[in-house]
Design a protein around this ligand. Sequence first.
Ligand SMILES: Nc1ncnc2c1ncn2[C@@H]1O[C@H](COP(=O)(O)OP(=O)(O)OP(=O)(O)O)[C@@H](O)[C@H]1O
Length: 250
Amino acid sequence: MVEIDRLSFLYEHKNVIDNLTFTVLERDFVGLIGPNGAGKTTLLRLLVGLLKPTSGDIRLFGQSISKFQDWDRIGYVPQKNAFNPLFPATVREIVESGLYGRKRLYRKLGASDRRKIDDALDVMRIADLAGRRIGQLSGGQQQRAFLARALVNSPQLLILDEPTVGIDAETQQGFFQLIRHMHEHHHITFLMVSHDMEMMEAYLGSEPVQSAGKLKFYVKHTHAPEDCGETNLSHSIERPGGMREMMEVT
Ligand SMILES: Nc1ncnc2c1ncn2[C@@H]1O[C@H](COP(=O)(O)OP(=O)(O)OP(=O)(O)O)[C@@H](O)[C@H]1O
């Protein structure tokens, strides 16, 4: 799903990513850990095309990132401090903006688009907050809104940058349960940066599968059952009971 091949990245003259090779398989859960300044956010920004490699290549779904267009297959939730809480958008508008894609700034929404937005709001249990300004919500509610935005296109790969920073322990636990459920039952592939070693170890084991500089990669591989035809969230949502199943864990 993601092949990182001898990737290097320099900010001005500072080498942040140095000759990194790493592969994410379909339905893996990859946890990325490292101290402040290790290059975690930089790596995620390279993977979603917001930064360009200095050298090396990234292949997404088998295609070089320089040609890759199919961004709907990837959901990205940036770090919380990447967002200005004074931005005057409602939760619904935030989720809706996930549908626009990279080229079209605005397009008229059809009934199926509205349904996708409603589904994503329901799955994250924030339908009642749809009309509220994002800046007026708690940290946990804001995270749910941004996760709903990332889910609105039923991505196959979710990339999350420290999704639980600033959230209380109980909400954090609920959030992990939810993404774990999405990984195990809805077959979404995850790449997540976190400082929460406890959660990482509980789900991904105590040994990193790879270290690169100060970055450590923890991985849980999942093997699809042979009869498994579903690979994304929309299939699960459309299936009767799928939504309820999703909500039971929140
Ligand atoms: N826009 C930028 N211009 C120059 N240097 C930058 C820029 N953004 C980040 N850096 C530097 O690149 C290095 C890696 O930063 P990055 O944000 O990727 O680290 P991180 O591992 O995500 O850290 P944290 O855990 O604090 O979020 C740091 O030394 C940082 O100062």
